[in-house]
Ligand binder design. Sequence first.
Ligand SMILES: [Fe+2]
Length: 221
Amino acid sequence: MADEHTHTGDPVPPGRHPFSRKTLLKAALVAVPMPALLGSGVALARDHGPSDAPLAPTPVCDDGDDPTPSQIEGPYFKPNSPQRASLLEPGTRGTRLTVGGFVFGLTCRPVARALLDFWQADATGAYDNRGFGLRGHQYTDARGAFTLTTIVPGLYPGRTRHLHVKVQAPGGPVLTTQLYFPGEPRNNTDPIFHPALLMNVRQAGPALQATFDFVIGGSRT
Ligand SMILES: [Fe+2]
């Protein structure tokens, strides 16, 4: 994996709090006018430009959540993917998909400059093993946010629909995992499928918009 991080971080044990971070975050995002969340950091990540100011603890990011489960890498990972947030190239076929979200550390602060390296099958279920089609890495911004622009991966024998990703906080260990789509019939038969890795997905015209937040260890946040 293309990686400029050094390995100097120590895992931080998870805090225990009475409320689920995701529950509170999502509730706040839905129910509270955005100005009320000033200072929370996370909820405003998509509305403000990058900032180098230190992040304050995020009140809505309390934690009963477990770390994002790891999954097998599979046979199609290739290191040294290009750095790009969009995997679309001229001629890329398939239903457009965006995946947005945040990377959190175990103490629930967003992780800036976390590495996310995505790879996936094309619309016909084939991986590009000769080049870097539908492969790319990016970094979270100062508020821990990322957005991937790609297509919905096709199905291939033995697996349900999925994206592959490696996630790494600066100086932390690499989390290798996969993301899934709700409502897929093969979710019920794929032994690798894990419900904790389901994205939230909604139709947006002809495209799909998905969200997923990672919770990873090894960050210094
Ligand atoms: Fe795969």
